[in-house]
Design a protein around this ligand. Structure first.
Ligand code: SAH
Ligand code: SF4
Ligand code: F3S
Length: 477
């Protein structure tokens, strides 16, 4: 009898430990993320939900009870990387047959139950709007059944869930301000994997940012697929049904940005991604007004040719885009600008490709993410156009784009030499344990000797030399 009681007590104690997430709690989760910053932010929501259930995190998937991979579906190679990684995880099952493997995020949403059929050892499949259901899904899987929830929501923003920061530096945090995307760019799978666009209540955003600041964070990046179309009219009303008056009184992205900037002058504010068709001068003036809003805009162009842009369904022309660039330069002459570029979209001619190069010459981006077009199932482009630019041509065009960008990045970095930069210290330099690494407002990495400074400090650094994308200097506080 006594013995039995002890067993029950131990079990209860175990459950209590699990519930409170005290070290010694039994279940361990391993969580790996691929894809964009939004996926990384989502993983922090997932970690929060599971830690509430008593899980602790581990860096070693071999000792995990549940292995989750938060996946990306944006290009074919993003998906192949995940499939390869699943092979590693599957080996864990040999030693620990009770371990569960779960696939989260965009690839889970795209493939749905196909995933369970194709990848026999996957136990759980969860789309980006169904993370609240994870505890139930795990329970189902523990009972030996396959578990899946890929329902997309028009409302879910996880506004009330305080994310568990999984980053290592404790200085910069990602804050999701909206979910989904309504744009339907013809090449893009995101509207299918993340569902309809919806904005998050600004109060919950400000609260989350304030808490991060109080916990020592000094930089936040506000995240959305198209931050310029952020709008909050109270109660989460959909923007399609707003009356004129509700629209006038709604919180716009420029206003949200201001609210966040006002939290504290020592808090840096960044955001991503801006959309050229929606980026207003209001946002630019707000950026210019507040020193702590970083002077950096990621404004993906995709192509420099208006006909291709039209086929991409981007909603702007080359001229419109260049006008937005001119507005940035006029309102914030010191701003850095970066872009995303796609080479070899359906039907792209040599001349149209050269328009992309000439646009890059005109803008001289500080930085760019560059990709060869990868056809995605179900997208408008897949249904409407032929993916007819041969792989080797796509690659050659991409190389030309990358080479030109390298030249521009180098040029832009070199312009920073000889100047003093206000830098937020984020990490140890990758190359030297005696140096710190941080970024200036324009998002350029700056490295310098550690001195007596610590992570989260602001320092003024005189740049004395540079590599392609990094400034090297000394503190001149
Ligand atoms: N919401 C952002 C981008 C999200 S996806 C925006 O509108 O700009 C990030 C980038 O991946 C895109 O800007 C695009 O350059 C690239 N991308 C998206 N789909 C792609 C595809 N099918 N093939 C190649 N690149 C793609
Ligand atoms: Fe994709 Fe276009 Fe939406 Fe960006 S704006 S996520 S490219 S559909
Ligand atoms: Fe990838 Fe999904 Fe982000 S497809 S880029 S993880 S929104």
């Amino acid at each position: 009898m006594e013995f039995e009681n002890k067993v029950i007590d131990e079990k209860r104690q175990g459950e209590a430990l699990l519930k409170k997430n005290i070290p010694g709690a039994k279940k361990k989760m391993f969580l790996e993320s691929y894809g964009c910053q939004m996926n990384f932010a989502d993983s922090e929501v997932v970690a929060s939900i599971l830690m509430n259930e008593g899980y602790t995190t581990t860096d070693n998937f071999k000792e995990a009870d549940v292995i989750f991979v938060n996946t990306c579906a944006i290009r074919e190679n993003a998906e192949s990387r995940v499939r390869q990684r699943l092979q590693d995880y599957k080996k864990v099952k040999k030693n620990n047959p009770n371990a569960l493997i779960g696939v989260l995020g965009c690839m889970a949403e795209r493939l749905k139950s196909q995933f369970l059929e194709q990848e026999k050892l996957v136990d759980i499949v969860v789309g980006p709007d169904a993370y609240r259901d994870l505890p139930n899904l795990i329970e189902t899987a523990e009972g030996g059944q396959k578990a899946i929830n890929v329902i997309l929501s028009k409302e879910e923003t996880y506004a009330d869930i305080t994310p568990v920061r999984l980053d290592q530096n404790g200085v910069s945090a990602f804050i999701s301000i909206m979910r989904g995307c309504d744009n339907m760019c013809s090449f893009c799978v995101v509207p299918f994997t993340r569902g309809r666009e919806r904005s998050r209540d600004p109060e919950s955003i400000v609260k989350e940012v304030r808490e991060a600041f109080e916990n020592g964070y000094r930089e936040v990046t506000l995240l959305g697929q198209n931050v310029d179309s952020y709008i909050w009219a109270g109660g989460g009303l959909k923007k399609e049904i707003l009356t004129e008056e509700q629209r006038r009184e709604a919180v716009t992205f420029a206003q949200l940005l201001e609210k966040v900037a006002l939290i504290h002058p020592d808090l840096r504010v960044r955001f991503s991604t801006s959309h050229p068709k929606d980026m207003t001068d209001d946002v630019l003036y707000t950026m210019a007004k507040y020193e702590n809003i970083c002077k950096y805009i990621h404004l993906p162009v995709q192509s420099g040719n208006s006909e291709i842009l039209d086929k991409m369904n981007r909603g702007y022309t080359r001229e419109w885009y260049l006008d937005r660039i001119a507005a940035i330069r006029r309102i914030m002459p010191d701003a850095a600008i970066s872009s995303d570029v796609i080479s070899g979209f359906c039907g792209e001619t040599e001349e149209q490709h050269r328009d992309t190069l000439s646009l890059m010459e005109a803008v001289r981006y500080d930085f760019a993410y560059m990709f060869a077009y990868s056809e995605r199932p179900k997208t408008l482009a897949e249904r409407k156009y032929k993916d007819d630019v041969p792989e080797d041509v796509k690659k050659r065009r991409l190389t030309e784009i990358v080479d030109l960008q390298r030249k521009h990045s180098e040029e832009r970095t070199r312009q920073g030499v000889g100047k003093v930069h206000r830098v937020l210290i984020e990490n140890e330099s990758k190359k030297s344990a005696t140096q710190w690494s941080g970024r200036n407002s324009q998002n350029t990495t700056v490295v310098f000797d550690k001195g007596n400074f610590k992570k989260g400090d602001y320092v003024n650094v005189l740049a004395t030399s540079c590599t392609t994308s990094t400034l090297i200097g000394e503190v001149v506080n």
